[in-house]
Design a protein. Sequence first.
Length: 467
Amino acid sequence: MLPAVLRSALRRATPLWILPLMALATLAVAPTTALAAEQTITSAGPLEEIIIGDELNCQVQHADDTVFAFYEETTLLGDCGTFVAYNTDLYAPSQFQAASFDSTDYTLVSQSAVAGTGSLADPFRIVTVVDAGTDLRITQTDSYVVGQESYRTDIQLTNLSDAPLAVNVYRAGDCFLQDSDDGFGGFNAVTGAVSCVAPVIPDDETSGPGDRIIEWFPISPGSSHYEASFDEVWGAIDSQAAFPGTCECDTFQDNGAGLSWTLNLTAGGTASVSHLTTFAPLGVAPLVATKTADAATSAPGAPNGYTITITNPNAGSIALDTITDTLPAGFAYVTGSSTGVTTANPVIAGQNLTWSGPFAVPANGSIMLHFNVTVSATPGTHTNQAGGTATGTTVTPSGPTAPITVAGAAVTTPTPTATPTGAPPPNTASGGSGNGSTAVLTLAVLAAASLGALAAANARISRARRR
């Protein structure tokens, strides 16, 4: 691999005659490592190809570009990926074009073929499982819905040891945006998203920041961001420290960016982080769906409710096409209970609810939808997922959230005691219920029987005296 410090200058102004010599030099110093394999999500776009390596590298082809979005812009596995650090060891993909880490390679466990249909209900997805040493397993799911400007990455970490682990997780890339290696940076303090930003005119610093972005948009809380020159980003990962939370946003440079999370895993425990990688040609950030439950606990079969909030971090209003919700198993929507941005009932398909818009989400604002449900009769903690669709941008789903714990005695409707066949009708003249009247009748019968028995005894006594 060529030294990272020489890369930027070489790739900007390299005469064509020297390219074969560079290739030979690279081969001469490259380690004899087996080439990584990969799976590719192919679609009508706008993300036409999403390539995920079996060492957690990544590469993307956008419909508006002629080359890939990450350096090296002509290679299937770009300088983009997932990194973890724990116990003073860094684990990283073995093959990067312009970075040299003091790291250990991942050990592949498995990588699935591409699954799904690319729809909102059934996204394309690739599941890759690797081990980072002997104590940590990473299960990464990359998914894409055709027509969206972003793809989603969900990373689950499993502690395989019998001791706690403190882990730093990184997702980062060396941007080659809009067919160009140089750009500005961007950071959204509302969402925590960090981005590479292309200039208005490619390669022209004086034209200023434009609309095209590659953005790491956190779904999981607690992330730190970093945007700087590509080698500074790789150096921060190599240090095994969390990203510093800075952006060299106004500097025009050969840049990279990314997010990190610091997680504490209990012995044998798991933790997860999620984010979107967005390639917005108009610089439009995803909308964000969140959800809360009215009450954290409910008796089996009891009423409860949810509030869905859709937040728009952009400077302009965006039309939301739909609001969606997936109810937990056994939960049911209460007809006529929708309030807020709409009072219409959703279209219901199994546990999936869809409210059709359009709904205008104001600039730097939000809309809310509340509805009631009847909870499941099955005890346990049930989570829920909300989301939506919008033309031209992604709606970040809430993920499993808004937990409701079902516990305690079931809510039941009292059943009246049946009146025995052939018995006189209950006496309701005094407004008593059937149960109370039946009790009164029973007492009356007992009293009558007692009086009859007493009269019979008196008669026997009288006859005995006459004798």
